[in-house]
Design a protein around this ligand. Structure first.
Ligand SMILES: CC(C)(COP(=O)([O-])OP(=O)([O-])OC[C@H]1O[C@@H](n2cnc3c(N)ncnc32)[C@H](O)[C@@H]1OP(=O)([O-])[O-])[C@@H](O)C(=O)NCCC(=O)NCCSC(=O)C[C@@](C)(O)CC(=O)[O-]
Length: 398
């Protein structure tokens, strides 16, 4: 199937129909960790208490309209109501308390722009993103400028951010040439990017999946010598613009190859954003049967508006690293039909509501979204930014 008009269904996922696993996890990777099972009933502002009563005294809890939507309010109610306690356990147990957000806006976001963004704007964007509390910001790609001219200034961007502290700035490297250039430019971390679809591998990096793995092996070997961490991407983890549904086993195979060669984290990319929880769950299940859950990240594009629901199930399965892009910028020049990444503002808003810490300041992030959207002359792709900008100038209180 190559049409993007029908969501890929469970039928497209042979022998992996495990939709019920959210409530009955079987794999060790998915099962809540012991510390999570022993988590106290109360988690307010990231602080735990053994008794919810102490929270009233200590925090002087007042019910505000926003509390209706937050995990805190649910947790508060559970202290009085066993049924609500059961609901909490059913839906939230196993979720991480802290999520690392990998901001990919300056790379994934800007690689698809029709016009190249000036280097100075990219540098300012990265500086501003770092000031929001984001700990990982993908800065650029050391790929062929003939293939992605928008990022041809990767070296200058690295030079421009050399004095920016408080975050890590990985870059994409498709081969040894790119790796060497990245290191020479001051990169301390890199990412390699394979695909679970043969057609996409050919159109994106001009080689087969196996050829790409051989190529990446050389990059990882060189990186190990310099103690440079390498992240591994797998693209088209649900669907491919040419081939349609991509089997979960294939995704798991490529992910495991990257993990075994030494990648420290495997990011699973729904490059064209066709996944729904119905297809994402069995795909994650397949990968998690081979790779520890704490080494897995999810990377959703929001073509069909499914990203947040996909992220929610990933959280429920124990995943705690989420890729996203400020203002929902993004898309892949070699994936027809791909739209922007899930917006970082929307992810932070949802995680705040779930009581999951990110250390990201939503108000500052919205200002960064404004900055880049003004430069690009377009509306933000973030629903949160759009809504909050109408309601309040101080989103960090939400
Ligand atoms: C991999 C290649 C280079 C193969 O491209 P090729 O044409 O097969 O490579 P080549 O070795 O024949 O080289 C062609 C020319 O590029 C040069 N070259 C070769 N390598 C480099 C390099 N590293 N840096 C700078 N220049 C390079 C090389 O020197 C040569 O220059 P010429 O002699 O013609 O003047 C090319 O296909 C490429 O750069 N592809 C990258 C495409 C890309 O960046 N796509 C977007 C990535 S997004 C993605 O993959 C998905 C992700 C990660 O976001 C997750 C998701 O959303 O799912």
């Amino acid at each position: 199937m190559s049409s993007l008009e029908e969501p890929l269904g469970l039928d497209n996922m042979p022998r992996l129909s495990v939709i019920g696993r959210l409530q009955h996890c079987t794999s060790t990777a998915c099962r809540p960790r012991v510390d999570e099972m022993e988590m106290s009933n109360c988690l307010i502002e990231g602080r735990e208490c053994s008794s919810s009563n102490s929270c009233t005294e200590e925090y002087g809890w007042r019910r505000k309209p926003r509390d209706m939507f937050s995990r805190d309010s649910l947790i508060w109610k559970t202290s009085r109501n066993d049924r609500n306690q059961m609901i909490f356990n059913k839906f939230f147990r196993g979720m991480p308390r802290y999520v690392k957000i990998v901001e990919v806006g300056p790379r994934d976001g800007l690689q698809n722009e029709k016009v190249s963004v000036p280097t100075a704007v990219k540098v300012e964007l990265i500086q501003k993103l770092a000031s929001c509390g984001l700990s990982v910001i993908e800065a650029s790609s050391f790929v062929s400028p003939k293939w992605v001219p928008q990022l041809a200034d990767a070296k200058d961007v690295m030079q421009g951010i050399k004095d920016v502290h408080g975050a890590r700035f990985p870059v994409l490297t498709p081969n040894l040439k790119g790796f060497e250039a990245a290191i020479a430019a001051g990169a301390k971390e890199v990412a390699i990017f394979a695909s679970a679809s043969e057609s996409f591998s050919k159109s994106n990096i001009n080689c087969s999946i196996e050829e790409s793995l051989t190529r990446y092996h050389k990059v990882v070997t060189a990186a190990k010598k310099l103690a440079v961490p390498v992240r591994g991407y797998v693209s088209c983890v649900v669907g491919c613009p040419v081939e349609g549904a991509v089997p979960a086993e294939k995704v798991a195979y490529v992910a495991k190859e990257l993990y075994d060669m030494g990648c420290c984290e495997i990011s699973l990319g729904d490059t064209i954003g066709v996944g729904t929880p119905g297809t994402v769950i069995p795909m994650l299940e397949a990968v998690m049967s081979l790779i520890p859950v704490d080494k897995i990240a999810v990377h959703f594009h929001d073509t069909y508006g499914q990203s947040l629901s996909n992220i929610l199930v990933a959280l429920q399965m124990g995943i705690s690293v989420i890729d996203s892009s400020v203002a929902g910028l993004g898309g892949c020049p070699y994936a027809k039909g791909a739209s922007g990444n899930v917006a970082t503002e929307d992810v932070v808003y949802m995680l705040n509501g779930l009581g999951i810490k990110t250390n990201v300041d939503l108000g500052k992030l919205m200002a960064v979204g404004d900055f880049i959207c003004t430069h690009l002359g377009r509306q933000s792709g973030s629903k949160t930014a759009t809504a909050l900008s109408k309601i309040t100038a101080d989103a960090s209180k939400i």
